[in-house]
Design a protein around this ligand. Structure first.
Ligand code: GTP
Ligand code: MG
Length: 397
């Protein structure tokens, strides 16, 4: 079974990625060890609140704590498909409190062997392209075929405007009511990679809860597309007809990510321009790709059941072929190293930021860079050297 191999690939990250491994040094610690990081316990085993935690965290934790369950029970509830347990587990994954991260990792470790058995579909497009509406109809069609559908988001805008949460709740009217659907808006956060990593972990949790079609919505802006692409088996690009953007974006890079291009809103007055856009795309893509690598381009309307089924069939064909040829497995394995690199970058950045001794030096370097007195590369190197010296001093003392 190829899919179980893919989940093996997921678990391989545990052997390589320090942030995943960290949690398991603390074997069933007393509750206080979940509450604060290990360093927060002084020699007598008493807790002391670490200086780097925000004062509001105690309050946040107090309300969170009530929802916590022992990891075993939590995991088995998720495996039984308990939506509340799943939802709270995602909240835990999204938390920025280090102790929550450890518990989240412990939970993920237990559930990893049960993940990996879904078809993960990324759906991207500019704001207003109709992603949520399309996902609602597609998800509904999947449910009618006996699937369980989870909808997640990698959305840089929601952290700022909280807009898409509201948008999704009003757009996804069918899925909102379906027992076999689970909708989770985008996590908030300032570091796009960090936010995306949380979505990726939410994918694993949803799979453990039995969702076998995972739809990841992302706004087609910059890096978020790359992140969504790096956690999905198929990447679908929704385009608008007649918006003068048919050719815009036909650049390697953006198009290279797409496995399927759908010209959406091909209904009413836009039906004709959608058909024209399909032709334009097909022709343009043929200049860039060898015939066997051109992604399919189709016009669809999310309001047409026939079109939704057409899109669904294209996706299922892709999935069947990807499993048969081994590309699904290969793609997931490549994604593992992408996430390992991302996590390493996050780790380094966090470690640097968490050294108060470096804060002032960093600010002075930033100012020097702005005044053009020093290049960004020199500044980064200087900061890095100071950091390494601190680490050396740590290990000497
Ligand atoms: N005519 C037509 N309108 C559509 C179609 N799909 C979506 N719409 C409309 O387009 C608007 C935007 O739809 P959404 O589904 O919210 O688009 P989105 O891409 O999720 O938007 P963001 O989440 O804000 O990026 C809504 O008013 C929808 O009713 C379609 O196939 N045909
Ligand atoms: Mg949307």
């Amino acid at each position: 079974m190829k899919l179980s191999t893919a989940s093996d690939a997921d678990s391989s990250v545990l052997n390589t990625c320090p942030s995943f491994r960290r949690a398991f040094f603390v074997a069933r610690p007393p509750e206080i060890a979940y509450l604060y990081p290990k360093k927060a316990l002084d020699r007598s085993g008493q807790s002391k609140k670490p200086a780097h935690l925000h004062p509001g965290i105690g309050k946040k934790y107090a309300s969170f704590k009530k929802e916590w369950l022992p990891p075993d029970e939590w995991a088995s509830r998720i495996l039984r498909g308990d939506k509340t347990a799943l939802s709270r587990a995602i909240t835990l994954v999204e938390s920025t409190v280090p102790a929550h991260a450890r518990l989240a990792e412990e939970l993920i470790r237990r559930l990893l062997p049960h993940s990996g058995k879904s078809f993960r579909i990324g759906i991207t497009g500019v704001p207003g392209a109709g992603k949520s509406t399309f996902i609602d109809r597609l998800g509904d069609a999947y449910i009618r075929r006996g699937h369980k559908v989870a909808v997640l988001a990698v959305d840089p805008s929601s952290a700022k405007y909280k807009g898409s949460i509201l948008g999704d709740k009003t757009r996804m009217t069918r899925l909102m009511q379906a027992d076999n659907a689970f909708i989770r808006p985008s996590p908030s956060g300032n570091v796009p990679g960090g936010v995306a990593r949380k979505t990726r972990e939410a994918v694993l949790l949803c799979e453990a809860a039995g969702y076998d079609r995972i739809l990841v919505e992302t706004v087609g802006v910059g890096q978020s597309e790359v992140y969504a692409h790096s956690m999905t088996d198929m990447f679908v690009l929704l385009k608008l007809p007649g918006a003068g953007d048919e050719l815009q974006g036909i650049k390697r890079g953006i198009m290279e990510l797409a496995d399927l291009i759908l010209i959406n809103k091909a209904d009413g007055e836009m039906a004709e321009s959608a058909r024209r856009a399909v032709q334009t795309f097909r022709t343009a893509l043929s200049y860039f790709y060898p015939p066997d690598r051109i992604p399919p381009v189709e016009a669809v309307s999310s309001f047409s059941d026939r079109d939704i089924h057409k899109a669904l069939e294209l996706m299922e064909d892709f999935y069947t072929r990807a499993r048969r040829t081994g590309t699904l497995d290969r793609r997931r394995r490549e994604q593992q190293t992408f996430w390992m690199d991302e996590t390493l970058r996050d780790l380094f950045e966090n470690r640097l930021r968490n050294r108060p001794e470096l804060a002032e030096y960093r600010t002075s370097l930033e100012q020097a860079v702005k005044r053009l007195e020093i290049t960004p590369f020199e500044a980064a190197e200087k900061l890095w050297e100071r950091f390494i010296t601190l680490l050396r001093n740590d290990s000497d003392s």
